[in-house]
Design a protein around this ligand. Sequence first.
Ligand code: F6R
Length: 265
Amino acid sequence: METFVAATPEEASMRAAAAVLDALERAASSGRDPVLGLATGSSPLGLYAELGHAVADGRADFTHTHGAALDEYVGLPSGHPAGYRHVLMREACDVIGLPPERLAVPRGDVVGLAALDAAATAYETRLRELGGVDVQVLGIGANGHLGFNEPGSALRSRTRVKRLAARTRRDNARFFGAPQDVPTHCITQGLGTILDARRLVLVAVGDAKADAVAAALEGPLTASVPASVLQWHPDAVICLDEAAASGLRNRQYYDDAAAGLPGGD
Ligand code: F6R
């Protein structure tokens, strides 16, 4: 892992954007259309804004990039403003100029468990057809979740239907009219699916994330902290601000990385 502790959330987003652009350039130079894995939530908004600036400056162009969502709610009608296809179009694709028809999202709007299982399997197939995800953007839940892989998720899990934790539903109630309107289930890339991405870029800012970040980066690799699988990935870039990093014991090593010196594992 390369862990950067930035003075401000804006700086953390700039670091993350640089890591994303670098991975996409590497993919494009091998002659493929790059695949960018997109997360929803507040954590990556600054990163998407930075990528938008790179497009405006002529340093990036996403018209030949494929987008792939990390997860989607189950049971929202297509076009629902809180549905993740809609959210990603608004908060990521529109900002960076990624064509909407190039965005892949699991189908959470089909009815019945068999159809949802089939939608999850179809999403795995789609990711394989695209050649795999070159760089996956991630946030972390205050309970350590990654995507919607809540504590207790299998470390090698694939895209599947999951029940949302009560805390996650509470955290996300702000996007719905009332807490009871938050869906109870989702389709999420599994931890094994996420680990297949060639690079992972996680952004975490604010002290509400400090405990989860410390457990994920410095605690044991455990299903109780799904984001601890980051420790297992060969190219994980972690971009934090001071507040999100405040629970880390090994801060001095990460500061070296932020100064541009060789990072450790
Ligand atoms: C988003 C996702 C979640 C969020 C996490 C953090 O697609 O799957 O894992 O990344 O809940 O959310 P924010 O960034 O809103 O704190």
